[in-house]
Design a protein around this ligand. Structure first.
Ligand code: GDP
Ligand code: IMO
Ligand code: MG
Length: 427
């Protein structure tokens, strides 16, 4: 029996979907605990590529319980589309469970996300425009609508009336938008409620029972540590807590039950959206990483910004999440390089910083200090045993371990399940 949290250790898109799918073989329950369909998790099984935004990546293994936790913000439109997509691909989704306490993304959340971004102009965050921020805003301001609220027609009527009154006033005054019609939204969401009814559970009860029954539980984080609303590069962050502590809150499990935290980290760094990125490469090497790594957003299709591996960021991530082991992905993307750099320090106004700075202004002015390692100039995507990796590739992995003082348990050299090496077991 154990519970493990899988977190993104950088700015998202580290390959969490792939690693979750890989570990789902052994896990009994896979739970998403935060975020929403701003996430885009890619899983490659044989010659098929699946892109999941809301449903846990464990769904691709038959018979696994997959649960959307209370900490997730759920867009029913996306949920039904994703269920349909799975059905079209003959993937069973009967074992899906949805927390009754998850908050719902409403049409006005999507619209507000778009309008707010437009209004920010050059100070935009570069959100996915999926309504994530506005939905979490309503949750915290105690105006939100939860899955359970649309199960009761009378109660929902009252809540939606209150919400629309406020939203329409705001949309009108600030953005000159005509607002939304009550009846249409009311009927649509009541219908969603009917369709969601068979999936509903008390997430905390379900997870804790599974734990007490000796099941292995995997918490699948979305986004990444540096996008965390508390610990990320604020304000260029998402509106939830992707870090490991978020799993306890977003699923209703006590932290004492969590046995370990697996940090998923790319062998280099990427970021989508705005905000500081010390090791960003705006040269031909950056382009090479973009091309070789196929770094285009799973959700929005935007080109990801690319740069060297940053050990300062990973060390920070290890501290914030209590990472106990690492999965290094996309090592194969570095195959063609003569030399590879690792950022081992930040220089700020001539001084070497010891820790990741809290001020975004300071971070934006930090100059990365690099260590250069020899490349391996050898294809690694067919290798499935760690000891068979080129010596310089192993040296690279071992240098990461040394710099952050955490063991690497998994190395990935391709998107497929078989392109995964296990150095040490997670469960
Ligand atoms: P996530 O959001 O963390 O799940 O990551 P994404 O799915 O958004 O982006 C990771 C991308 O890299 C996907 O297209 C994966 O199929 C792919 N990928 C994962 N691991 C590897 C790897 O080891 N090598 C290569 N070349 N691609 C990988
Ligand atoms: P996965 O789970 C990468 C980024 C957006 C933007 C910021 C805020 O696939 O790793 P939001 O729509 O959440 O309000 O946008 O966060 N972002 C992601 N970047 N991967 C993700 O998810 C992301 N989800 C949000 O680009 O900069
Ligand atoms: Mg992604």
């Amino acid at each position: 029996m154990s519970a493990v949290v899988l977190v993104g250790a950088q700015w998202g898109d580290e390959g969490k979907g792939k690693v979750t799918d890989f570990l789902a073989k052994k896990a009994d329950v896979i739970c998403r605990y935060q975020g929403g369909n701003n996430a885009g998790h890619t899983v490659v099984v044989g010659d098929k590529t699946y892109k999941l935004h809301l449903i846990p990546s464990g769904i691709l293994y038959p018979g696994k319980s997959c649960i959307i936790g209370n900490g997730v913000v759920l867009d029913p439109l996306v949920l039904f589309k994703e269920l349909e997509y799975l059905q079209q691909n003959n993937i069973e989704s009967d074992a899906l469970k949805i927390s009754a306490n998850a908050h719902l993304i409403m049409p006005y959340h999507r619209l507000l996300d778009e309008l707010q971004e437009e209004k920010r102009g050059e100070f935009k965050i570069g959100t996915t425009k999926r309504g994530i921020g506005p939905c979490y805003m309503d949750k915290v301001s105690r105006l939100g609508i939860r899955v359970i609220d649309i199960m009761d027609a009378e109660e929902f009527k009252e809540i939606l009336e209150r919400n629309l009154e406020e939203k329409n006033f705001f949309l009108n005054r600030i953005y000159g938008h005509k607002g939304f019609d009550f009846n249409e939204m009311y009927e649509t969401y009541l219908d969603y409620g009917q369709k969601m009814q068979p999936y509903l559970v008390d997430c905390s009860l379900f997870i804790n029972k599974a734990y007490n029954d000796g099941k292995d539980i995997l918490f699948e984080g979305a986004q990444g540590t540096l996008l965390d609303v508390d610990h990320g590069t604020y304000p260029f962050v998402t509106s939830s807590n992707p870090t490991s502590g978020g799993a306890a809150i977003g699923a209703g499990i006590g932290p004492t039950k969590i046995k370990g935290v697996l940090g998923v980290v790319k062998a280099y760094t990427t970021r989508v959206g705005e905000g500081p990125f010390p090791t960003e490469l705006k040269d031909s090497i950056g382009e090479q990483l973009l091309k070789a790594g196929q770094e285009f957003g799973t959700t929005t299709g935007r080109a990801r910004r690319c740069g060297w591996f940053d050990a300062i960021i990973l060390r920070y991530s290890v501290r914030i999440n209590g990472i106990s082991s690492l999965a290094v992905t996309k090592l194969d993307v570095l195959d063609g390089l003569d030399t590879i750099k690792i950022c081992v320090g930040y220089k700020y106004k001539g001084e070497m910083l010891k820790e990741f700075p809290q001020s975004i202004k300071k971070l934006s002015s930090c100059e990365p200090v690099y260590e250069t390692l020899p490349g391996w100039k050898q294809v690694t995507s067919q290798i499935n045993e760690y000891k068979k990796l080129p010596p310089n590739a192993k040296r690279y992995i071992e240098r990461i371990e040394e710099l952050v003082k955490v063991k690497v348990n998994i190395v990935s050299t391709g998107p497929g399940r078989e392109q995964t090496m296990v150095l040490d077991k997670i469960f």
